[in-house]
Ligand binder design. Structure first.
Ligand code: NAD
Length: 447
């Protein structure tokens, strides 16, 4: 395939055959630097991954990185922050990893992709003075990647790292992966203003069809959840549990209140498990009705929980959960609440996936005031790369990175953000290191 700016390096193109990724020893993987501190964290991530892969496979495997340009780099190369070519290149390569991208949030008409400053004119940035980074306001680059590539599953592993100050007594038991549906529910929802023709028409229709009264001064929201959307998300969660030998999958919903959206999410999830995974999964009902509560060896438990109770459970009994599958809105709340359990830090990794394409990402923003200072914590993108290696089946290299991160933190070789918190907890043996220094600390501790 020919691209204008993207140069495909020598290596093995990843393919998708019979429902599986086929990955050679030199896979070509897309890398999008991102804006702001993407400049600092992305190269550190690449160095750490290269070291882990080299060490784990004795030089027999290596990643061929393929730079892809969006955000500031897209603007400078193509004149657009979201070039079509970047979408096509990710689609072509099937796996990519990215830093954070600037997203305009205010009402100003222009934003600077160097420093995220927003203003009412193009040309030179009023804050940083640069004249090659200001562009007209746009919709989130992250959201557009998700939509253009139909990345329907947002995957967020949440894990406690020993030594990180956490507000939760049971933080050390937290080690689960959240699968949040990315295309339906409120993301595909409609919101109609009170008094609008549509809101009035819906209120009348509901009265006519069900006899129920809705107050006429109500705004009306519609949230679709489909069988198709649910099953493809739950399939991903079940596959993850199976491929990573995890003990359970929990379907989270609010079906006690909304039977045909939230409730159906759980119903279709159970159906899918039975249809596609045979007897790999045991339902909680079968476990107690037929097996006296004794889980058969090699099987995975599938259970469901009401959304409000799961927010208690992840705090009081986090060890009972390993994979959680949720519709969009509850998944949004859950992702942030869960990260808070383990210290609320920018260490959390993430990815957005379809069946064929996976885009791994740093989950924090561009933190522009730290750009180019080699200061910030590259943990989020490094752990996203660790997740990417697992997705590729390169678990030995992934384990090396995980071990390196764990050891660097327990040894107290950490960036300023963690150093401040750890010192605040009274630890005296903390060595504050730079962004690249943290990468080196991980490499030095890989085993
Ligand atoms: P942010 O996450 O960039 O920064 C908030 C604060 O968190 C920073 O000032 C810094 O103190 C800290 N921080 C963030 N990442 C860190 C790291 N790796 N190491 C140490 N400290 C870190 O959030 P913001 O300031 O609200 O947003 C800045 C820009 O990033 C905005 O344009 C926003 O839209 C965008 N953003 C992008 C993403 C993404 O691409 N996934 C996510 C969130 C925000």
């Amino acid at each position: 395939m020919e691209f204008k700016e993207v140069k495909i390096p020598a290596g093995d193109l990843i393919t998708y055959e019979n429902g599986k990724l086929v990955i050679g020893d030199n896979p070509i993987i897309g890398v999008l630097r991102g804006d702001g501190i993407g400049l600092d964290i992305t190269p550190v991530m690449q160095t750490v991954v290269d070291a882990a892969v080299g060490k784990a496979y004795d030089g027999k495997r290596a990643i061929a990185w393929c730079p892809i340009y969006s955000g500031l780099e897209g603007l400078q190369r193509y004149g657009s922050e979201f070039p079509e070519e970047s979408v096509e290149a990710i689609r072509y390569l099937k796996i990519a990893i990215k830093g954070p991208f600037t997203t305009p949030i205010g009402e100003e008409t222009h934003v600077c992709l160097h420093c995220a400053h927003q203003q009412y004119h193009g040309g030179k940035c009023d804050k940083c003075g640069k004249d090659d980074g200001v562009c007209e306001r746009f919709r989130s680059i992250n959201v557009r990647f998700r939509q253009h590539l139909d990345l329907f599953a947002c995957v967020r592993p949440v894990k406690y790292f020993k030594g990180v100050p956490s507000p939760n007594k049971y933080a050390d038991k937290v080690d689960f992966v959240i699968f949040r549906e990315n295309t339906e529910d409120v993301y595909a929802g409609y919101d109609f203003e009170r008094g609008s023709d549509t809101a009035k028409a819906i209120i009348e229709l509901i009265k006519e069809k069900t006899g129920r009264e809705i107050r006429p001064d109500s705004g009306i929201g519609v949230k679709p959840i489909s069988e198709f959307g649910t099953k493809r998300l739950v399939r991903k969660a079940l596959e993850w549990a199976k491929n990573n030998n995890l003990p359970s999958v929990t379907l989270v919903h609010k079906g006690n209140i909304m039977k045909f959206t939230e409730g159906s999410f759980a119903k279709w999830g159970y159906e899918l498990a039975a249809e596609d995974f045979g007897d790999t999964f045991v339902t909680e009902k079968a476990l107690w009705d037929e097996m006296d509560g004794k889980m058969p060896a090699g099987k995975i438990l599938i259970k469901d929980r009401i959304a409000d109770s799961i927010f208690q459970q992840i705090q009081t009994r986090p060890g009972e959960y390993s994979v959680l599958a949720l519709p969009n809105l509850n998944g949004d709340y859950m992702s942030d609440a869960a990260i808070a359990l383990v210290g609320g830090l920018g260490l959390g990794p993430g990815a957005n996936m379809s069946d064929e394409v996976a885009l791994f990402e740093a989950t924090h923003g561009t933190a522009p005031k730290y750009t180019g200072m080699d200061k910030v914590n590259p943990g989020s993108i490094i752990l996203s790369a660790e997740m990417m290696l697992r997705h590729m089946g390169w678990t030995e290299a992934a384990d090396m990175i995980l071990h390196g991160v764990e050891k660097a933190i327990t040894d107290g070789h950490v960036t300023y953000d963690l150093a401040r918190l750890m010192k605040g907890e009274g630890r005296e043996d903390v060595t504050e290191v730079s962004c690249s220094g943290f990468g080196q600390a991980i490499i030095d501790r890989m085993s």
